[in-house]
Design a protein around this ligand. Sequence first.
Ligand code: MET
Ligand SMILES: [Zn+2]
Length: 750
Amino acid sequence: MTLPAATILGYPRIGRDRDLKRALEQHWRGAIDDAAFHERAHEIRVADARRLVDLGLVGDAAVPGEWAHYDHVLDAAITLGAVPPRLRDVVPAGPVSLAHEWLLARGEGDVPPLEMTKWLDSNYHYLVPELDAASTFALQDRRIVERFAAVRDAGVVTRPSIVGPATLLTLATGGGVRPIELVDRLVPAYRALAEALAEAGAPWLQIDEPALVGDWGHVSRAEVEAAVRAGLEAVRGTGVRILLAVPNGDASGRVEALAPLADAVAVDLVRGSVPAIGGTVVAGVVGGRNVWRTDLDAALETLRGIDAHVVVGTSTSLLHVPHDVDRETTLSDELRSWLAFADQKVAEVVTLASALSGADESAALGRARDALAARRVAPGVADGVVRDRVAAASAGDAERVAYDERVAAQADIVLPALPTTTIGSFPQTGDIRRARAAHARGELDDAGYRAAMEAEIRDVVALQERLGLDVLVHGEPERNDMVQYFAESLDGFAATAHGWVQSYGSRCTRPSILWGDVARPAPITVPWTAYAQSLTAKPVKGMLTGPVTILAWSFVRDDQPLADTAAQVAFALRDEVTDLEAAGTRIVQVDEPALRELLPLEEHRRADYLDWSVRAFRIATGGAAPGTQVHTHLCYSEFGSIIDAIDGLDADVTSIEAARSRMEIVDDIAGHGYPRGIGPGVWDIHSPRVPGADELDELLATATAGIPAGRLWVNPDCGLKTRGYAETEASLERLVAAAERARERIGATV
Ligand code: MET
Ligand SMILES: [Zn+2]
């Protein structure tokens, strides 16, 4: 059976109204039982599958079936029996219950969850499979088969998908073994899955191998290729046909030798070019990673140039985009006409397939052409003043005076050795959220809102003084989200009302849409920071989100290089830094947690990325006076591999997530000879656990062993907005005490 003419590689699974999020959270708090949860999840799957059929994905296997409750990598691990060694006695072999699935995903009591890391170069977090030399695999859990059968019984024959062996092992961690070396042990479990699907009547199985497009330090290209091959060889001849999906990058040069082992190959033609393969190619001409309307003329031309049997598809799963732009009635009609969310992308795929088959789609093609033409000349898309400023940027704009001179100029910021600080946000209480929401709805006036935020800032400053922290923050109560807050205050961005995308588990974010040239009409953060500073003699850090992170966590325009957009955002932030200084702020932190996330998967594209991203940060901070202490903050990833770029940021102080990885970064820093201030996090804020005094002492001992006392800062891993006050107070108290003990231990006083 051949594939139908139009398909997509995956669809958002959280539900049109975040129905799955609600079901998850209700189950977690015991409001619904297992049976009710399963029923709700099934209803969401059926509704989505039927919707995709209605949108035009007709024919068996046109609708993809990727339906994880929490995460698709976790689902693959569960399916194949890859239970973490530390939980072998807790999670029995066989089907994994919901309770055990949540244990793996979220931890409980003393049991930490699987580690969470960004999926490829996206802002979606997956759970990292834990393996060891004793790991064995088998088809332990038949959820993929059962879901296929249940949705088929509801009337739609879907195409189940699973993360392939090369990708699963590349993304896994191993105790005492390199996971990729376990491939021969793993692939029979894929075979068992394929056999079970064949028996259940599934015509196709999609195996996702994005690892193929990446260059991985810990796994060679030959190893990835061999693992993909082993997987494909294992699943051959079961009766289920195999779609090898290679999304998220350029498969050319990497997939040719493997293609004959699959019945069809899906490639990303938004980021990549057409590989020379015959057979059936699912041509990913509709982008799964952005929200822009596709240039259908260009896509059609690409499709017509492919020398193979062509199925029209998406470049990646649509997991990363919201459901339906037609619901965005608060956006202008004009902006909305430039956009395509998941449902519109499905329609594009269907239109292209129809046009390719010779049908008359001139009306739809014409509408797309008109919308794109209007977008090119729409007011705000190009702002002469903004462009002139970026064009006139000089090397000097990205250059501060030498670090030593800055240290001298900052001498009047009096701090003890091993200064303590936090990353910016404090717990977001119900009161704060309610006040922000009421203000947004117009029910709380500006004065009332301001009073509510100032009251919160007073409490947060008083708390920090009581705890004895050295560099204070205002707590960021006014920020719903560290990117959206800035997006709302800058020209060139638009916010959606329903544009939720899954970030991890039940967590969703609503990325802003960066559609035009970016400018700052007025100061954004200054009044809040200045107010906090007015309450204390200790220094208060001004808090900004950096240009790279603003780009990474928004849907960014696709009509100019990211580097140009980053520079525009950087200049807007640069003005904010200047205004903070004028208001008396001596320390400014520019957060770049997403610096590592946007690092291209392909080695040859990395230097250019690091070049423009570092430059953007330096433009944002390059206008700061020598006497202004510039901080940055990095989290969410392993940063060891980009330590040169971190050095290149030239921040005076960098706080970096480290507690979760037990201070791994300290070796990288020590080995590199990183010359400026650094605060490796000592409190893992992703869990409500209060760190023990011994644990803090140990982490700080590791830090003081690798980093000179004069450059070491003491801080948590990240901001505290997801924490409650009880654990925040207890943890910060211990952190301050641990810093004090560390000072005594190393005999540092100043
Ligand atoms: C994800 S990094 C967060 C940094 C921000 N300043 C905060 O504390 O919340
Ligand atoms: Zn952080």
